[in-house]
Design a protein around this ligand. Structure first.
Ligand code: NAD
Ligand code: UDP
Length: 319
């Protein structure tokens, strides 16, 4: 049985990755310090023999007994309000955490895939974003702690690949959504759906003309799975190219939820990217991958998930 370590396993993407690799009959070693994650995302796996969980902060030395075939490094705060609240931990998990996991990959001769992000393109001047674009990041702005941690992560990963011959993969993930996002994590989909469910106005930041391109979680996981098993070590964008302005998206959510909430406007956070859309030609050609789930279907499944949560989740302020 192949053994895989998944960091950030109690989070949104990490828990879906655990499900996927359990389904593929791997032995899954899940690791998380629960700083933004939730063990409830994994509780259905605890009874399985091929699943184990380590409560551990990956910025400290990581030790795993026995053989290891693969590592997926997904530990990191991922929503702007999370990484603005814990900026130093965000830098540390991208830098020290990644260093520890690359060291482990080298020691175990394991293949490692790291979770990079469309944020490495910053507020992009090239549209849509291809992997060849170097990005436009404000290193000293509030989002710099996340963006630069992820840029460093890519650099140290390529250094371990070139200098130590470690088998590495880099996925640049674009805005992904679906069940198990935290209702209060501040990202736009849980924010808007939470507001609609509580009967509050939907808060669009800026004039809402900024764009994003949202990928349903099942599509994202499939792309990551294929990339891990490919033989390609340079970064690959995985995301859904279907782009929408945030204002139009807010209107879509009002329709989806069947509420008649008002849309109100709040100041745009500093360095909020004005446009974002992945160019996925590389993923198509290399992995034969493209997203399959429409925004209408994905949003319906996501809304049904949030609606099914107990009422107290709707009003929870902190993680
Ligand atoms: P999430 O907050 O739901 O999950 C992150 C998990 O990492 C949490 O369970 C958290 O407790 C854990 N973690 C954080 N620091 C840790 C540490 N030092 N040691 C151990 N565990 C730690 O976020 P997510 O949306 O699932 O994102 C997962 C990964 O994917 C992140 O690396 C993120 O940067 C990347 N990513 C996500 C998106 C997206 O749209 N969801 C987009 C781009 C990149
Ligand atoms: N956004 C918004 N209202 C909210 C939360 C977010 O208008 O309540 C906007 C935010 O300014 C950004 C977009 O939605 O332009 C996506 O934000 P999110 O935090 O989900 O992701 P990111 O900015 O990291 O792409």
């Amino acid at each position: 049985m192949k053994r895989i370590l998944i960091t950030g396993a109690a989070g949104f993407l990490g828990s879906h990755l655990c499900d996927r690799f359990i389904k593929e009959d791997y032995h899954v070693i899940a690791m998380d310090n629960l700083i933004t994650g939730d063990l409830r995302n994994l509780e259905h796996l605890f009874k399985l023999e091929n699943f184990e969980f380590y409560h551990h902060d990956v910025t400290n030395f990581v030790h795993i007994p026995g053989k290891l075939d693969y590592i997926l490094h997904f530990a990191s705060p991922a929503s702007p309000i999370d990484y603005l609240k814990i900026p130093i931990q965000t830098l540390k998990v991208g830098a020290l955490g990644t260093h520890n996991l690359l060291g482990l990959a080298k020691e175990k001769k394991a293949r490692i895939l790291i979770a990079s992000t469309s944020e490495i393109y910053g507020d992009p001047l090239v549209h849509p974003q291809t992997e060849a674009y170097y990005g436009n990041v404000n290193t000293i702005g509030p989002r710099g702690v996340y963006d630069e941690a992820k840029r460093f992560m890519e650099s140290i990963t390529m250094a371990y690949h070139r200098f130590h011959g470690v088998e590495t993969r880099i996925v640049r993930i674009f805005n992904t959504y679906g069940p198990r996002m935290r209702l209060n994590d501040g990202r736009v989909i849980p924010a808007f759906i939470g507001q609609a469910l509580r009967g509050e106005d939907l808060t669009v930041f800026g004039d809402g003309s900024q764009t994003r391109s949202f990928c349903y979680v099942d599509d994202e996981i499939e792309g990551i799975y294929r990339l891990l098993l490919s033989d390609y070590s340079l970064p690959v964008n995985i995301g859904n190219p279907h782009e929408i302005t945030i204002k139009d998206f807010a209107e879509e959510i009002v329709k989806l939820t069947g509420t008649d909430q008002k849309i109100i406007y709040k100041p745009l956070p500093k360095d909020d990217p004005m446009q974002r859309q992945p160019d996925i030609s590389k993923a198509k050609a290399l992995l034969g991958w493209e997203p399959k789930v429409s925004r209408a279907d994905g949003m319906k499944m996501t809304y049904d998930y949030f609606k099914s949560l107990p009422d107290e989740e709707l009003y929870k302020k902190d993680h």
